[in-house]
Design a protein around this ligand. Structure first.
Ligand code: HEM
Length: 243
């Protein structure tokens, strides 16, 4: 996230709609932290697919067995995501207004690819999320795999995921989306530390490395699932046939 600077090189504080750019950046970091925690928790939940059909389906049933908690978490997640996206667009407009002519010198040493493409990667993740919800949560894109139940009568999330990822186009779309997620998180994580004032000059390099490590873990963990299905490491349980 770049901050516009005045002639004296002090950060410029914009006030538009009652929200200063510094408050907007703080809120951006706070909502980003919430989303990061969700993505990490969701990945850990999804990795239970390696423990088999029973474990994953039991976990999905457990989550859906607390409707009040589930809907509160969903509402919180939608609000957090909406605020995060809205703030990103707001801050981008503020930065543009501060320097309508753009930078005279584009210094590739100062800005990384990840930092320059934050809005683009964020919008790709948003598009992925819409598709992902239509796919696994609402069962709109692959209805045949969404209606399966296991021997215990539970929603068969395990078979739904395996059957879906056997389609190379579906797996490909997920893998590409996860690459964008990794790019986004690599900058987001170190940016969060910076916004909260946790970086001095000496520790900045360490936080950038931490950003890459967090992004790599989340990216590889998620990508491993479609790859494991495509390579046959994760297969269908007995009695479940390809629809
Ligand atoms: C390979 C990666 C992923 C897999 C295999 C996966 C799998 C799933 C599955 C199976 C569900 C439905 C659970 C159910 O109905 O019981 C789900 C829901 C969801 N996923 Fe993912 N997911 C992945 C990545 C992501 C990422 C990166 C995000 C966020 C950026 C995300 C956000 C969500 C959300 C918001 C829901 C809806 C949760 C709800 O119903 O309340 N997922 N995911």
């Amino acid at each position: 996230m770049s901050t516009a600077t005045s002639g004296s090189s002090r950060p410029t504080t914009f006030v538009l709609g009652g929200l200063s750019s510094i408050s907007a950046k703080l809120l951006m970091a706070l909502t980003g932290t919430g989303l990061l925690i969700f993505v990490a928790a969701h990945m850990l939940g999804n990795l239970q697919i390696y423990l088999g059909q029973d474990k994953l389906n039991a976990y999905a049933k457990f989550l859906k067995g607390m409707p009040l908690l589930l809907w509160s978490a969903r509402a919180g997640l939608i609000a957090t995501f909406g605020l995060h996206l809205g703030l990103a667009v707001y801050l981008r407009r503020q930065n543009r207004r501060a320097r309508p002519q753009g930078y005279v010198v584009d210094d590739p040493v100062e800005t990384s690819l990840a930092s320059r493409t934050m809005l683009t990667s964020g919008l790709v993740i948003f598009a992925f999320l819409v598709y992902h919800l239509l796919h696994f949560t609402l069962g709109v894109t692959n209805p045949a795999t969404h209606s399966l139940t296991d021997a215990a009568g539970r929603h068969d999330v395990y078979s739904m995921v395996v059957l879906s990822f056997r389609n190379i186009y579906v797996s490909g779309a997920y893998i590409i989306a996860m690459l964008f997620l990794g790019l986004h998180l690599s900058h987001a994580t170190s940016s969060i530390f910076q916004t909260f004032g946790l970086t001095g000059n000496a520790s900045r390099g360490w936080y950038q490395k931490l950003g890459w490590a967090v992004a790599a873990i989340l990216m590889i963990g998620n990508i491993s699932i479609p790859v494991a299905v495509l390579t046959g490491m994760l297969g269908l349980p007995e009695g479940v046939a390809q629809p």
